[in-house]
Design a protein around this ligand. Structure first.
Ligand code: FIX
Ligand code: ZN
Length: 420
């Protein structure tokens, strides 16, 4: 990055140029993805056929061409599914949606001229690419310093890889995901027993101890940055249910003693259309009094929180103003769209200053890092230019040095400090 001078930036043009430099140059820590190191084999999705069959695009193709049902779609092999999506969503209809534009941004940055023949050209590009090469290419093009994985010890395929002690890649860090434990206690007891943790469905002191032993064992194996869970829109705490008992007796003590945050992603309405499989989830409004109770009742536990409903965003910002142990993050899933990223980022800067994590990619396919970060960096820059121009208009001596510091904080520093 070129040296910066310390003379105050007075004009919107000078401010905009300084913001663009800082946003382009500052590497990001991507705090939530579904990516894996190549050591995890087929768990790491990459390449144009996976990119084009992303579940966001499945939802769009099924409504755009209703003559092909979800059953017909799932009956096709991957290559045919990609060709179907490409034809319907990119050739027969303009690729105007955010998920479609994302594919094109990725192909363009990989040097593949995107046009009606883009799928075939991209397949040509990937023919001689190895996954190791592609990880380097994608992280470079995304300017991502590190990505945080979603690591589920209840997933049989992933657990087997961990037990084989795969070579670590410092660019990929772990997050331990416990959805089964907190959302499906019955199923979790069977898995825990099979893994050698003799829990009973009835909550006894011994069962709590075994759950803790499970969390501790896997934290030793994974060294997670945080403990994570996706919770439904009707998540209530405390409640007379298994989830609340495990959170109170196992999760919160674990996070407190291990010194890692508890990350809650709240608002999904699971499988409102099961026929769409991963694409079948919806969104619901969360009663955030549960968040207030968790933050107020556990001031020595740090909470990373993202919520799925647009209508919950303002309350999340206000709640974060009240609780220093709450760090809002990301424009998650159905919110990862320009109109909503702009709205949420403006709201957060106005209410929280720079004390939040503006974005995560949620990338499921390695290549998505390229577009998810390219699009978000541009949008975050748009908001920063507005806000810094407003600040400079007060006569405040704004410098490029200060802008760089702020952008580093947003893209990496806030999270790194919160998990340290
Ligand atoms: O729970 C999650 O981690 C969600 O992000 C996923 O379930 C969701 O399918 C997704 O990938 C959204 O972007
Ligand atoms: Zn996710």
């Amino acid at each position: 990055m070129p040296p910066t001078d310390l003379k105050p930036l007075r004009t919107p043009k000078a401010i905009a140029e300084a913001v663009d430099r800082a946003v382009a140059y500052t590497p990001s820590t991507d705090m939530h993805t579904h990516l894996y190191t190549p050591a995890f084999g087929s768990l790491l999705l990459w390449g144009v056929d996976e990119l084009v069959t992303y579940h966001y695009l499945i939802a769009e193709v099924l409504r755009t061409n209703r003559s092909v049902s979800s059953e017909d779609y799932w009956a096709m092999p991957l290559a045919r599914r990609a060709e179907h999506i490409w034809r319907v969503l990119f050739v027969e209809n303009e690729p105007i949606s955010e998920a479609r534009r994302g594919v094109l941004t990725t192909l363009a940055k990989l040097g593949i001229t995107a046009g009606p023949n883009g799928l075939a050209e991209a397949r040509e590009y990937f023919r001689d690419v190895t996954v190791e090469q592609h990880v380097d290419t994608v992280l470079r093009l995304s300017n991502a310093r590190s990505v945080v994985m979603t690591n589920d010890p209840f997933d049989d395929a992933e657990r087997a890889v961990w037990l084989s002690e795969p070579d670590p890649d410092p660019r990929f860090r772990a997050a331990m995901r416990i959805d089964l434990l907190l959302n499906s206690w019955e199923a979790a007891t069977a898995k825990l027993r099979a893994m050698g943790y003799p829990v009973s469905p009835v909550f006894t002191r011994a069962t709590y101890a075994e759950i803790r032993r499970f969390l501790d064992d896997w934290a030793e194996r994974m060294d997670p940055l945080y403990l994570a869970v996706s919770l439904p829109y009707d998540f209530t705490y405390p409640a007379d249910d298994a989830r609340s008992r495990i959170i109170a007796n196992c999760v919160l003590p674990f996070c407190r003693e291990r010194g890692i945050p508890f990350a809650m992603m709240v608002g999904v309405k699971r499988l409102i259309n099961p026929a769409l499989q991963l694409a079948g989830d919806g969104v619901g409004l969360w009663d955030m009094r549960s968040l207030e109770r968790l933050c107020a009742g556990n001031p020595d536990v740090r909470f990373l929180v993202t919520v799925l409903a647009r209508e919950n965003q303002h309350e999340l910002c206000v709640t974060a103003r009240k609780f220093p142990n709450l760090l809002p993050f990301g424009c998650w899933w159905f919110l990862n769209d320009p109109s909503l990223i702009l709205e949420m980022t403006r709201m957060r800067v106005e209410l929280l200053g720079f004390s939040f994590v503006p974005q995560h990619s949620d990338a499921r396919v390695l290549d998505q890092l390229i577009y998810k970060w390219a699009h978000s960096r541009a949008l975050i820059a748009t908001v920063l230019k507005e806000k810094y121009a407003d600040l400079a208009a007060t006569g405040w001596p704004l410098t490029e040095e200060a802008i760089r510091r702020d952008v580093q904080q947003l893209f990496a520093g806030n999270l790194e400090a919160f998990v340290a």
